[in-house]
Design a protein around this ligand. Structure first.
Ligand code: NAD
Ligand code: ZN
Length: 387
């Protein structure tokens, strides 16, 4: 089968690899029809993680079941399914609590938790930017889709990661109807966080970024854009709220946060949030931070190279704020969000800028990584475009 393989910093090649196959009675094999490139893939693409060369990328996957193991009883061949990026067993202590983002079974590394397809430090699993994907514990992990699946897969594939992740940011931030919410980052995750806050009935949602094309998309869904090249988001928000700040906020950028000139500072958005959100407000941090940054320019820096981020904890404590962090537990939300899509109440495909063949993955990575104007979100179709 064909697959998009990581071959070193900023090098992705589409080539032949061995077919995905059933390795365990509870596996299913999915013919991938839609698979996204994610901001998380870019950390790996840029060589900023321990991701091994030769591995297939892709953790935002949707497709049609083509084979099921003998232990599978629910999922049927021919059905369309969307796969949470988290791979979970369903029976460990964490999964029992709904924490599929920190499953203990699927992470083979002792004392670590959490697994994903084609992801650094999250197990040995291959990614879905390929013609076929092996899905462990298919009955538990696959979310089945209705009859409109093939036609609306560009909406449904957002359930694999960014829609539930954006929603999770608003859950950790405790966004409620009428709230005033600030979102840092207008990438796909930030846009989904803003969209989720608006779906929940937030009164005002600001989105801060330095990319005008992405800010335009934020504005189109009813958020208030803040261009960080010209304005300080915390000042804008405080001025609009009698100096108090937003009720809550979402961090959707991560450790590669940078100023408009491109200078990286992993504390930038955390400090911005702490400043912009009022006393006792909650902060939902879904942007990725890592315990080490081997490929970063600051790798030699004692602090940042080791994932230590000095941020305004004193001010955060003084303001009595709370912060939620980590990978999103996609399964907690994907069924409800699927039904919002099916019911015509949500259309997360609004942020898709490009639908491409798998062979175009190298160019897509290059353009998305450069945050080139207009490249908001890329969906790859490894088995041809749908109708
Ligand atoms: P992206 O890289 O496309 O978007 C990030 C955006 O942040 C860009 O538009 C960039 O211009 C902007 N930005 C950079 N510095 C900024 C600053 N100082 N202030 C405001 N905006 C700034 O990525 P994405 O796909 O939207 O993902 C965002 C983050 O979420 C990444 O770190 C990704 O790894 C992470 N993520 C986490 C989860 C999870 O489960 N927690 C899931 C998916 C993605
Ligand atoms: Zn992702």
């Amino acid at each position: 089968m064909r697959a998009a393989v990581y071959e070193g910093p900023r090098t992705v090649t589409v080539k032949d690899v061995p077919d995905a196959k059933i390795e365990h009675p509870c596996d299913i094999i999915v013919k991938i029809t839609s698979t996204n490139i994610c901001g998380s893939d870019l950390h790996m693409y840029e060589g900023r993680t321990s991701f091994e060369t030769g591995r297939t990328l892709g953790h935002e996957n949707l497709g049609q079941v083509v084979e099921v193991g003998p232990g599978i009883s629910k999922v049927k061949v021919g059905e369309y399914v969307v796969l949470p990026f988290n791979i979970a067993c369903g029976f460990c202590k964490q999964c029992e609590k709904g924490l599929t983002n920190y499953c203990l079974t699927m992470q083979p590394e002792p004392a670590l938790a959490g697994a994903a397809y084609g992801f650094a430090e999250m197990g040995p699993y291959q990614g879905g930017q390929a013609e076929l994907l092996r899905v462990p514990y298919g009955d538990f992990n696959a979310l089945r889709l209705g009859e409109d699946a093939a036609e609306r897969q560009v909406d449904y594939v957002m359930l694999a990661d960014i829609f539930p992740t954006g929603y999770h940011a608003t859950e950790m931030a405790d966004v409620k109807p009428g709230d005033q919410t600030i979102v840092y980052g207008a990438g796909p995750v930030g846009l989904m966080a803003a969209y989720s806050a608006l779906l929940k009935g937030a009164g005002r949602v600001w989105v801060a970024d330095q990319q005008p094309d992405r800010l335009r998309v934020a504005e189109e869904i009813g958020a208030i854009p803040i261009d960080t090249r010209r304005e300080n988001p915390a000042e804008v928000v405080k001025e609009a709220t009698l100096g108090l700040g937003a009720d809550n906020g979402c961090e959707c950028v991560g450790y590669q946060a940078h100023d408009p000139e491109g200078k990286e500072d992993a504390a930038l958005t955390l400090n911005g949030l702490i400043d912009a959100v009022r006393f006792t407000g909650s902060l939902g941090v879904v942007g990725v931070f890592l315990p080490e940054d081997p490929g970063g320019a600051k790798a030699q820096d004692e602090l940042e190279g080791q994932g230590k981020v000095p941020f305004d904890y004193g001010l955060m404590w003084f303001k009595g704020q709370r912060m939620g962090t980590g990978q999103a537990p996609v399964k907690r939300y994907n069924r409800a969000l699927r039904d919002l899509v099916a019911g015509g109440k949500a259309e997360p495909s609004f942020l898709v800028s490009h639908e491409l063949d798998l062979d175009e993955a190298p160019t897509a990575y290059e353009k998305f990584d450069a945050r080139e104007n207009g490249w908001t979100k890329v969906v790859l179709h490894p088995n041809g475009h749908s109708a």
